[in-house]
Design a binder for this molecule. Sequence first.
Ligand code: MN
Ligand code: MN
Length: 313
Amino acid sequence: MQQPAFAYVRHGQTPFFRLPTRDVGVDAEAYRGIQAVLLGVPYDGGCTHHPGARFAPYHVRRVSATTQSFHPSHRIDVFQALRCVDGGNAALPPFAPAMAREILQQEIGAITSARARPFVVGGDHSITLPVLRALAEAHGPLAVLHIDAHLDTSTGELWGDAFHHGTPFRHAIEEGLLARDALVQVGIRAPWGTPEEDALVKGYGGRILSPFELQDPRTLARELRGHFGGRPLYVSIDVDGIDPSFAPGTGTPVPCGLTPREVTSLLRGLAGCRLVGMDVVEVCPALDHADLTSLLAAHLIFEGLALAALAGE
Ligand code: MN
Ligand code: MN
């Protein structure tokens, strides 16, 4: 349950959505009985361009506080239906990326072993890989809906490091974390380095949709519901998938993006899917205007929480 607005103002602390807090790290017992854990990941050591996403969890917490609990479209009281806490932040060393990945995988593992779902607020997109590793360990190969301007299946050639925010889905495919045919990338539009950039995903049976190809998000959601079936589904939202006019606070903006309404419709249409976790990444508050991007991130996470609330256990 949310804290009353008065209590939130009175004590001056700003947990996600005015939720109760658990600062437990890797102690799964402390999550026992909880169904959803919001976890901040203040880490942007995987940024190739403009850093700053490490500050997103603090801003998303602040702007999420005014969100009320009743979902007007699904007609469900999200925080009454779903036992949900703010698990604090994964405290990752900013200068030791391998160690950071290891710690985050353990923290997500603690959430899944308590049979709760992680809802992760990044951080740059490199943090998705350890989350996928932990979830695939718990549930087997995952179906993934990936919203992004970029494919994120790059290699380390350019930077000399195989793990940066342009690579998580290459590793996820190569490590067998994703179910074949079940990676769907929507919003993809940034120019590529080579003509073969889409070969990995297509060779794996994945689907790539640019904003120009997306006709009706509700129709797409209906197709995806059938396609994903009962497979465990992870939703990863890079806010640069959304148009920079709506989401200016991000490190690698690309014109001609999705609208917040399209992405929200798509998420709402996934009701009935077996959502096992979600992230929203690449919010860079220093580049934001009037908290537009942080607020959008909070609302997208709320849509994911609503799906979990509808699903019950
Ligand atoms: Mn991107
Ligand atoms: Mn990305």
